[in-house]
Write a protein that binds this ligand. Structure first.
Ligand SMILES: [Zn+2]
Length: 503
């Protein structure tokens, strides 16, 4: 559920320094720990006989958009089951979970009435409401996204208005907290009788050219007021009119449908069972659900089919790791990591046997970083593996935390939720937009990413020494506080540690 905060956000949110234990013994990589012959065979299968792009083509064109709990999502899950079986995974099954409410996109139309007249391009944000059937007409007024404290004090001025979100001046708090407060503001606007809100992902303006980007506006949250993203070009024109003191009037008609919950969804799971310690598990996953303005190819067809491609490369290599690799296609990621949260909950008793989770979910580019989710104790050991990939690709290792994808629930469980971060400069355009299509993906990069995932999962599962044990809750809580995650997790009801880890 990427929220495309502007670039400065990432500087503000940059993780703390990486602390490392002093060298004790040099950690062993594949060359020394005996895993290299198997990895070499897997790399050969993954790079020379990959079907990953073929799977991505099927998922994009035969199924297409697959919003969680929709009929298309069900079709995608059945496809995932069939693919896992056909690549030779064992114990293939689905695991059901439920979410609070379903949602279906209808139509979204807007027209500028004054000072000039033309059609505006908009799309509804996910899990937001509708205007009256005939639409609504009103004056457009701005609200400052960077000063919601002030805006929330007097919302009566928004009655009967269409509210255009504008980030003015400097942000006064962490962007996650602004995101959470934007949800409060939307509820206040609904109460105050505002007609609709123009504010895309996190309330920010769309990335051009002529694109809208849909998305959720909270973790498992819906909003009765219609909220739309408008193309950068159209929104910028409205801003110019308003800055020039002109009165802007528009007509807007948005129709969506909520389905009363709980509604059902399911994660898709298959395994390569370990030969020595089958009860110990390494997860390799990505989310199968997508948004619905296009085919959901780069978010996250690429990740989902890399999971399948990784599984296939290992199976066809004939290699069986010491421990089990569990391949998972999560759903509900776009509504707030719901499928992976459900998985961790449903497997709570088994978490002590998990070694970690690999997740791929940053678009179409090559993997560039292994982000170990706050587990600074594992960086050195992992570097010994990463350096062995040098002939395929140079991939850095660090302990950054990623809570915008399915790594999050594993991090909260004290495990290395390992984000395979990708170098995807075009993702800001394709993400949740009508441009999220197969055209944007290079088959060779996709095959390489699937191979990197296969090699990583296999190495983690097969190295003689167990890679990681979950941290006790106290240590995880302390790390999350030190890395400045407390306020964000608290704001989205993801903080389950109480006072643990507090100074
Ligand atoms: Zn995603």
């Amino acid at each position: 559920m990427k929220i495309r905060f502007p670039a400065l956000v990432f500087m503000m949110l940059a993780a703390g320094t990486t602390l490392r234990a002093n060298d004790v013994a040099k950690p062993k990589g594949p060359e020394e720990d005996g895993t290299k012959p198997a990895l070499t065979r897997i790399a050969g299968e993954g790079l020379m006989d990959s079907h990953t792009f073929q799977y991505l083509t099927e998922l994009s064109d035969d199924i297409g958009a697959r919003v969680t709990s929709s009929p298309a999502a069900e079709k995608a899950a059945a496809w995932g089951v069939a693919k896992m079986k056909s690549v030779g995974l064992e114990n293939v099954h689905t695991e059901k979970w439920t979410m609070w409410k379903g949602w279906t996109r209808g139509t979204a139309q807007a027209e500028l009435l004054s000072p000039i007249h033309h059609t505006l391009s908009i799309d509804a944000m996910g899990w937001t409401g509708s205007t009256p059937a005939a639409g609504a007409e009103g004056e457009v007024v701005t609200a400052n996204l960077f000063d919601l404290d002030e805006e929330l004090k007097s919302t009566s001025r928004f009655r009967g208005k269409i509210v255009l979100m504008e980030p003015e001046g400097q942000p006064r708090k962490n962007f996650w907290l602004i995101f959470a407060q934007f949800g409060d503001f939307l509820n206040a606007l609904q109460k105050a009788g505002a007609l609709a809100v123009i504010g895309g992902q996190g309330g920010f303006k769309a990335e051009g050219m002529h694109l809208t980007h849909t998305g959720i506006l909270g973790f498992a949250e819906d909003f009765a007021i219609p909220v739309v993203d408008m193309t950068n070009e159209d929104q910028s024109q409205l801003e110019r009119f308003l800055a020039g003191g002109k009165t802007v009037r528009m007509h807007i008609n948005v129709q969506n449908k909520f389905t009363d919950g709980p509604v059902e969804s399911a994660n898709v799971i298959g395994e390569i069972v370990g030969r020595e310690r089958p009860e110990e598990v390494v997860v390799a996953g990505a989310h199968l659900d997508s948004w619905d303005l296009s085919e959901g190819t780069t978010d996250n067809g690429t990740g989902s089919t890399s999971v399948l491609g990784a599984a296939e490369a290992i199976v066809t290599s004939g290699q069986r790791p010491r421990r089990t690799i569990r391949f998972i296609l999560f759903t509900g990621e776009e509504q707030g990591l719901l499928g992976s949260l459900a998985y961790v909950k449903q497997h709570a008793g088994e978490m002590k046997n998990h070694l970690g989770a690999l997740v791929l979910d940053t678009g179409q580019g090559p993997v560039r970083e292994f982000q170990l989710g706050g587990r600074d104790d594992l960086v050195q050991a992992f570097e010994a593996f990463a350096s062995s990939l040098g002939d395929i690709r140079d991939i850095k290792v660090n302990d950054k935390l990623e809570f915008e994808t399915d790594t999050g629930p594993f991090i909260l469980a004290g495990l290395p939720g390992i984000n395979l971060d990708q170098d995807s400069p075009e993702y800001k355009y394709t993400n949740h937009s009508a441009a999220d299509s197969l055209e944007e993906v290079k088959p060779d990069v996709l095959a390489q990413n699937a191979t990197v995932m296969a090699l990583t999962a296999y190495w983690l599962a097969d190295r003689p020494e167990r890679f990681a044990n979950p941290w006790p809750a106290e240590r995880t809580a302390k790390m999350l506080r030190q890395k400045g995650q407390y306020d964000m997790l608290k704001a989205f009801n993801l903080w389950t540690f109480g006072d643990l880890g507090a100074e």
